[in-house]
Design a protein around this ligand. Structure first.
Ligand code: UT7
Length: 355
């Protein structure tokens, strides 16, 4: 059976830097609070009218495709992970195909809506497709334009300060080199906590799930039989059109699930935590990464953190961090690289790669 290797990797972040001080001008927060609780100093925001989740993904993909040494027309499958798609539908996969000018209609495009773990889900799906010989050049991207959907009033401060925009991309190809490439992946979910970290409107729920919302459960739906809107005035007034997070609950789950999934995936690959050369955790919060680092007994130089300058870029955070680590020479040929993510859903996952 074939294995799967990352043949090319790239990332893109917008130019505009937004510091904690900038946010403190529009909401009640401080640089000190944000740094102490999250480690974040600044993040990037895309340029309205010029950049989107898709356009940023295209910039990252162009780098990955060039580094893989292939032509964009060689891409036979696109997997796009995002929680901030350009459109409600169609998904970003086809928009990316158009943005890159890929005319090959044989290529399929798939969108993944798994938030922070989206890139890892995409990696595992791509791995199965490549191992079975179905595709030869899969373009997998994680991209987010959070800045267009956040609440910049004090009401949204616990969520807004942590997110940033950016994109990361990889080209995945088959490899016949034994013991190289993706050695194992693990995927998990628990829908019981769906509303603990969620962006429920616009949605076609009609208030159905309201009992699960601990805060603001009145979505303001009328009794009209037909024609109910995805967004109504009540939602606009009460801020129910923004992401909602019970931060401490999510934090506690994250510090439990990260180590679990890392150890599980290592075991599947026949490895132990001592075998890790580089851990690339989803950049959710620097305090979470530091906790995981201690649990895994890793040195500072064995964990890649860049949340300080990019914030939490959700589906893009793992590929951006991996790309940075590779570019810095911190990931070398033959290294055991461990990727892990946890987030909304809840969904979480891990991957172990021999580089
Ligand atoms: O990537 C997906 C997965 N996401 C995560 O893993 C995120 C996990 N959670 C977290 O990282 C943390 O929970 C946060 C950084 C989001 C929040 O930190 P926290 O220490 O859990 O704060 P909190 O939400 O419990 O709020 C504590 C206090 C509250 O004030 P009171 O009620 O004690 O007076 C908040 O209103 O801090 C207040 N607060 C803020 N103050 C200044 C919340 N956000 C802010 C803010 N600036 N930005």
């Amino acid at each position: 059976m074939l294995g799967t290797k990352i043949a090319g990797i790239g990332y893109y972040v917008p130019e505009k830097v937004v510091t904690n001080h900038d946010l403190a001008k529009v909401m009640d927060t401080t640089d000190e609070w944000v740094q102490e609780r999250t480690g974040i100093v600044e993040r990037r925001y895309g340029k309205k009218h010029e950049e989107t989740t898709t356009s940023m993904a295209a910039r990252a993909a162009e780098v990955a495709i060039e580094r893989a040494g292939i032509n964009k027309e060689d891409i036979d499958f696109i997997i796009f992970a995002t929680l901030s798609p350009d459109y409600y539908f169609p998904g970003c996969g086809v928009l990316l195909q158009r943005e890159l000018g890929i005319t090959n209609q044989e290529a399929g495009a798939l969108d993944i809506r798994n938030q922070c773990s989206g890139f890892l889900y995409g990696l595992s799906v791509a791995d199965q497709f490549i191992r079975t010989g179905m595709y030869k050049n899969i373009l997998l991207v994680g991209s987010e334009m959070h800045s267009m959907g956040l609440d910049f009033s004090t009401r949204g401060r616990n969520v807004t300060v942590i997110f940033g925009d950016g994109a990361g991309a990889v080209v995945l190809q088959p490899t016949e080199e034994k013991g190289k490439g993706i050695l194992a992946t693990s995927l998990h979910s628990d829908g019981n906590y769906a509303e603990k970290l969620a962006f429920v409107n616009p949605g076609a729920h009609g208030g159905y799930h309201a009992k699960y919302m601990e805060e603001d459960p009145d979505f303001g739906y009328s009794d009209a039989e037909f024609g109910e809107m995805f967004i109504n005035e009540h939602m606009l007034e009460t801020g129910q059109i923004f992401p909602h997070m019970e931060g401490q609950f999510v934090f506690k789950m994250a510090v439990q699930k990260f180590p679990e999934v890392i150890l599980e995936t290592l075991a599947k690959a026949g490895l132990k935590k001592e075998d890790i050369d580089m851990l690339i955790p989803h950049q959710a919060n620097l305090r979470i990464s530091q906790f995981v680092q201690r649990r895994m007994g890793l040195r500072d130089d064995q964990v890649w953190n860049n949340i300080q300058k990019f914030g939490n870029t959700t589906a893009a955070s793992v590929p951006i961090a991996l790309c940075e680590a590779v570019e810095a020479g911190a990931v070398k040929d033959g290294d055991i690289v461990c990727l892990a993510a946890f987030g909304s859903g809840f969904t979480w996952g891990g991957a172990v790669i021999r580089w």
